[in-house]
Design a protein around this ligand. Structure first.
Ligand code: NPW
Ligand code: K
Length: 558
């Protein structure tokens, strides 16, 4: 139900079902393989003009076992199936060996070499059943080459190419981190210029295993949500691991991570349950958001955050700026109120008014001592009463050299909204592992990194990106993916992050929202942010985002 699992959690689920006797490994594998065939045929739709020819690439583990089931299933349906195998039959697991033997009773197996795989007609389907959740290092170069040569087979009409289906995940995807473990071509490895030109982060592009559809089992895995693994959104096949069949299956510590928005609920119901959007009441019930703004000529970021806070539903929004920036802001604001705040002492006095229910600090403030003081004052003045504080941009950048000061001052009403760079400056040890600066250490998934950061802070972390990861100090975590059919690449525009911080502040201000967890409010904000970008489309600039909210709310049914 909307859970996103790690490889270990998936294994635990499988083991628990098998130990309970509700299903054997063989039954699960049979359901998995057949489920992939159903999903692939469903995705392609009309089979009348296809050549009913499939190639299955099987690896040495249980992912390969699924491949043998796929081959047999299609063969039973009258398809011509070619199977290439990388591994040794005698080294297969019991289940995969059984499926291997069932296939060899009806069909041929050839060793997986690029040369052999390149022969023959272009198939309708290429199934990648080489490596699944058991991968731990880059895939063998022969496997990558065999894959590539099948995709380059000549078609009869010279136009179409085969439809590639990844079984569980594209081979080489680390399903926990979303990292693609791709072999380095031997000839390139000797070429210093090539290696220098393609830094670690872009090297995967040298040898992409292009996938049209990924079919996974029981639930999405982290990697499917952190990286766009296929052109179509991944399909999830039910293989009978439902907890109801055997009572609750415990999820190992650290999970479950959930999808945003939760697929099991209508989105409107979710938004309604977490926020005050759509609720009646007085403007004071909707709270009063305070946005701190920067000096002269630096006010745009905070003004955009303030406008987002007001549009998303805060009853009142005040922008508080240094005295010398008052005139500039007064000329630009109408519904948003304006105050001056000279320094941290003035902010403390202002925050004695507890009707200021959410405070956003960071956009356009500038990095330095004044910002540090404002942040620490906002945190001190809200530590007792749990008022919500959103720290973004310069509020985070100002603590790059003294992150401990920030960690000590944070409380459970705080949400920080770093992008990857800001995150790495505040948490260098975690950031380095997410970026895998040291290839000898396994990559740390963004979810794990955010959870560890949230624990250090005792607060909520929203780590921005195409896949936005959310985590809090209680161990809750979530992913909002702007991938697949929710892609909005034009959201990467100046000021978009400021708008997101304003959205969180605006949602957090309402009286009703005080009982919601900060992570849930931030999740709704992240979803609305992308929804606004999708609603506007290409050409978007940050100012457009808040202006899309009325349409997004109407489309939701409010
Ligand atoms: N459990 C179940 O009931 C169900 C499981 N299901 C399916 O099983 C899949 C998981 O199976 P899995 O655990 O066997 O892992 P898999 O991904 O096939 O690969 C591991 C093998 O590859 C090897 N290997 C790894 N990296 C390598 C490399 N770079 N180069 C060379 N070798 C490498 C590794 O060897 P080793 O690391 O031990 O040397 C091992 O032999 C899962 O994704 C799903 O498809 C479904 O049927 C549903 C029921
Ligand atoms: K695979």
């Amino acid at each position: 139900m909307g859970e996103i699992l790690t490889a270990a959690q998936m294994r635990a689920k499988e083991k628990s079902i098998m130990d309970s006797g509700a299903a054997s490994g063989l039954e699960l594998m049979e359901r998995a393989g057949r489920g992939v065939v159903d999903a692939a045929i469903h995705a392609i739709g009309d089979l009348t003009s296809c050549n009913h020819h499939a190639v299955v690439l099987c690896g040495p583990g249980n992912n390969g076992g699924d491949g043998f089931v796929i081959a047999r299933t299609l063969s039973e349906m009258g398809w011509t199936v070619e199977v290439f195998f990388w591994g040794k039959a005698e080294a297969l697991s019991g289940d995969a060996r059984h499926m291997h033997d069932l296939w060899t009773a009806i069909g041929e197996i050839r060793p997986m070499t690029a040369e052999a795989a390149g022969q023959g007609v272009c198939p309708t389907f290429l199934f990648d059943a080489m490596f699944g959740i058991g991968i731990s290092r880059p895939i063998p170069i022969d496997c990558a080459r065999a894959f590539e040569t099948v995709t380059k087979r000549q078609t009869e009409d010279g136009m179409k190419r085969c439809f590639v289906v990844a079984v569980d995940c594209p081979s080489g995807l680390d399903v926990d981190s979303g990292e693609v473990l791709v072999p380095i071509l031997e000839e390139d490895a000797d070429d210093e210029a090539v290696m220098a030109y393609f830094p670690e982060t872009v090297r995967p592009r040298l040898l992409p295993l292009h996938t049209d559809l990924c079919v996974t089992f029981h639930a999405l895995k982290m990697g499917h949500c952190l990286t766009e693994v296929s052109d179509l959104a991944p399909a999830v096949v039910d293989i009978g691991l439902d907890a109801d069949a055997v009572g609750q299956v415990p999820i190992p510590a650290g999970g479950p991570t959930v999808q945003v928005p939760p697929p099991e609920l209508p989105t409107k119901a979710w938004v309604r349950a977490v926020t005050a959007i759509g609720a009646g009441g007085h403007k004071y019930d909707r709270g009063h958001a305070l946005i701190l703004g920067g000096g002269p000529g630096k006010g745009g970021a905070a003004r955009m955050a303030a406008r987002a806070a007001l549009r998303v539903g805060a009853g009142l929004v005040t922008l508080a700026v240094p005295p010398e920036a008052v005139a500039e802001n007064a000329a630009q604001l109408n519904a948003i109120m304006l105050s001056e705040v000279l320094d941290a002492k003035a902010l403390a006095t202002m925050l004695e008014d507890d009707r200021l229910s959410a405070i956003c600090v960071g956009p356009g403030l500038g990095v330095g001592q004044r910002t540090r003081d404002l942040v620490l004052t906002a945190l001190r003045m809200t530590a007792e009463d749990g008022r919500r504080v959103i720290l973004d941009a310069d509020a985070l950048g100002s603590f790059a050299d003294t992150p401990e000061d920030l960690f000590k001052a944070c409380h459970d009403g705080v949400t920080i909204t770093p992008h990857e760079g800001e995150f790495a400056r505040l948490f260098p040890d975690l950031g380095q592992r997410v970026r895998r600066s040291d290839p000898s250490k396994p990559a740390l998934g963004k979810v794990d990194a955010a959870l560890r950061a949230a624990e250090r802070l005792g607060a909520t972390v929203l780590l921005k990106g195409e896949a936005t990861v959310l985590a809090d100090h209680r161990g809750a975590s979530a992913i909002h993916s702007a991938l697949y059919d929710r892609k909005a690449p034009w959201l990467g525009t100046a000021g978009a992050g400021d708008v997101l911080a304003g959205l969180i502040a605006g949602l957090s201000a309402a009286q009703m929202a005080q009982i919601s967890h900060a992570i849930d409010l931030a999740a709704v904000a992240a979803w609305l942010h992308v929804e606004c970008a999708r609603s506007f489309g290409p050409g978007l600039i940050a100012e457009d985002l808040p202006e899309q909210l009325p349409k997004v709310f109407r489309d939701l049914g409010f």
